[in-house]
Design a protein around this ligand. Structure first.
Ligand code: UTP
Length: 281
């Protein structure tokens, strides 16, 4: 099968940088304007033609399931009133796709969260969205761009962005050889041959950092099963992807669009201001 239909959302993390807000509310449910971060991610996946949303949750994350479900009481209360329009978007999201959930019992890292999602994905290529990275491109969403790239190259794709050298220790950083492809902007595709999780600036192999959008082929699950805990004692997706990169199966893609790191307070405020200005205009 060529087209990516499933999208995995690892959403089990503790979101400690947003405490105390995230004590009882999942980070992924924090709203930028009136919409939770996770809904932005689901809408991006729908725009890219995906119809199956697989969400890895954990304890205290039940509001995620309630959000992507019908609230009969609310529907009944506002039916026929002007307020009904507030529900239009979320209703169309619920109608456009199915949602399935599994729980990550222990938070052993992003790689482990993705492996936990195997039961929902099965044996096909899939997208991964980290909802706290909020992306925007009005013409063509980042996942849609990546899906098209996958259809051409049939390997793992990671979205990358140029970062300031001093920020390297917040990201997975890649290195590799530029792929020449006339359909894409110069230097926007790189065949990855090295990847380091959160390197100090002096050890960073480039200024290209992986952001929270991936397309993964299902052989990643076997690699993850054999991946030992890495940086911070967590099972890192970067370590698993490095194994795939060694056999030439990872392309890094400098995507077109804006990205906000809503896992940090600064990025969250920036995103809020950006979407507010966009909404007003
Ligand atoms: P982060 O490290 O950004 O999220 O993980 P976090 O741990 O929730 O946030 P802080 O650092 O404590 O503030 C990136 C993504 O991976 C998920 C998170 O939910 C987030 O979407 N994740 C991380 C899991 O699902 N499970 C994990 O064990 C770790």
């Amino acid at each position: 099968m060529n087209k990516i239909k499933k999208c995995l959302f690892p959403a089990a993390g503790y979101g400690t940088r947003f405490l105390p807000a995230t004590k009882a509310i999942p980070k992924e449910m924090l709203p930028v304007l009136t919409k939770p971060l996770l809904q932005y991610g689901v809408e991006e996946a729908i725009e890219a033609g995906m119809d199956t949303m697989a969400i890895v949750t954990g304890r205290g994350k039940r509001s995620i399931e309630d959000h992507f479900d019908i609230s009969y009481e609310l529907e009944h209360q506002i039916k026929g009133t002007a307020k009904e329009s507030y529900l239009t978007e979320i209703r169309s999201v619920i109608n456009a796709c199915t949602f399935s959930y599994t729980r990550q019992v222990e938070m052993k890292g992003l790689g482990h969260a993705i492996l936990t999602g195997e039961t929902l994905i099965g044996n096909e290529a899939f997208a991964v969205v980290l909802a706290d990275d909020l992306c925007d491109n009005e013409e063509k969403g980042v996942l849609k761009q990546m899906s098209a790239l996958y259809e051409k190259y049939k390997c793992c794709i990671v979205a990358v962005e140029e970062i300031a050298p001093e920020d390297s220790n917040k990201y997975g950083v890649i290195a590799g050889d530029v792929v020449k492809d006339a359909s894409y902007a110069k230097n926007s595709l790189v065949r990855v041959n090295d990847m380091v999780e959160k390197p100090e600036p002096k050890d960073a192999p480039s200024n290209l950092a992986i952001i929270g959008r991936y397309i993964l082929t299902p052989d990643i699950f076997d690699v993850l099963r054999n991946t030992k805990p890495g940086k911070g004692g967590e099972i890192q997706i970067t370590d698993a992807l490095l194994e795939m990169a060694k056999i030439g199966k990872v392309i890094a893609y400098k995507f077109d669009g804006k990205r906000f790191d809503c896992g940090s307070v600064d990025g969250f405020v920036e995103a809020t201001n950006y979407f507010y200005a966009k909404d007003k205009s």
